[in-house]
Design a protein around this ligand. Structure first.
Ligand code: ATR
Length: 273
């Protein structure tokens, strides 16, 4: 029988996930299909009931439900627990098990380049949900220190405590100073939405050096202003689409138990930009 998967969130009409997963199913000849299902904030419980009724095999969760979804899970993996959010669910006869593939998905492009984050200093821009998953990822890799910079200081301070809570050295820096001393960090990671649609750069790039690794999780456009300017400074670039693809591949593997077809999914994704 055909298995159905979905992504839930709001807005959802521009999601790349249906194209990515359907391409993978087609490529491997699996009798599966993947749909986008808009569930507005406040309607999550009802939405999940509907998904169970159609016997959904699994689903991805995106903004604004990643945190709220946790309370509807019967079982959670360790990464979900640490981050406090989930993006991948498997449905086993009405029992929902949650995973968080953002953590491994974030680390994957770093590992692919044979870069070791161990003992390095990280400048993390942003203090939302994405930033939390990134902190957990760098925590697993035993980085030396994470400096968090953000428009709203209180949110950054909260994440500093969170990072310290999982055993990392962490401190806060304002956005202006972050630009001034960006060259002191091996990794500069943008986890804000600044740069989306090509508008804005989260920090000044004048001190980004050729030794910096600049990782932008924004993937529309592929070349954000941060990436473009950092490239001009000679930095190593990691693109947002690489994380998007890696987390999707991990979801696919959780659901199907098979290796996800990298090339087919990558071509589909890049073809959409
Ligand atoms: P996500 O779950 O994708 O991380 P989020 O929790 O809404 O989304 O977090 C968005 C991040 O982008 C925050 O760090 C936010 O800064 P604030 O904490 O000050 O809100 C940041 N952000 C969004 N728009 C921004 C802007 N125009 N300038 C600077 N930072 C911005």
């Amino acid at each position: 029988m055909t298995k159905t998967y979905a992504v839930i969130g709001d807005p959802i009409d521009h999601s790349f996930s249906p194209a990515l997963h359907n391409a993978a199913f087609l490529f491997l000849g699996l009798d599966c299909t993947y749909i986008a299902y808009r569930i507005p904030k406040g309607e999550l419980e009802y939405g999940i009931e509907a998904l169970k009724k159609i016997n959904i095999s699994g689903f991805n969760v995106t903004i604004p439900h990643k945190v709220d979804m946790m309370k509807f899970l019967d079982e959670v993996d360790n990464e979900c627990k640490l981050v406090g959010a989930t993006n991948t669910i498997i449905n086993e006869n009405g029992r929902l098990k949650g995973y968080n593939t953002d953590v491994a998905g974030f680390l994957d492009p770093i590992k692919k380049r044979n870069i070791s984050p161990k003992d390095s200093d990280v400048l993390l821009i942003g203090a939302g949900g994405a930033a939390r998953a990134i902190i957990v990822g760098f925590g697993k890799e035993k980085v030396h220190r994470i400096t968090i910079t953000n428009r709203t200081r209180e949110r950054a301070e909260e994440l500093v405590k969170f990072a310290q809570g999982i055993g990392l050295e962490s401190d806060y820096l304002d956005l202006q100073s972050a630009g001034e001393i960006a060259n002191r960090y091996k990794f500069v990671v943008n986890a804000t939405s600044v740069g989306l649609k090509g508008i804005g750069c989260p920090i000044s790039t004048k001190n980004i050096s050729k030794d910096s690794i600049v990782y932008d999780i924004v993937y529309v456009p592929v070349e954000t202003p941060l990436i473009e300017q950092s490239k001009n400074q000679g930095a190593t670039i990691i693109y947002g689409w690489e994380m998007l693809l890696a987390q999707a591949m991990k979801s696919f593997e959780i659901w199907t138990g098979r290796p996800a077809p990298y090339e087919a999914m990558k071509l589909t994704l890049l073809g959409r930009f």
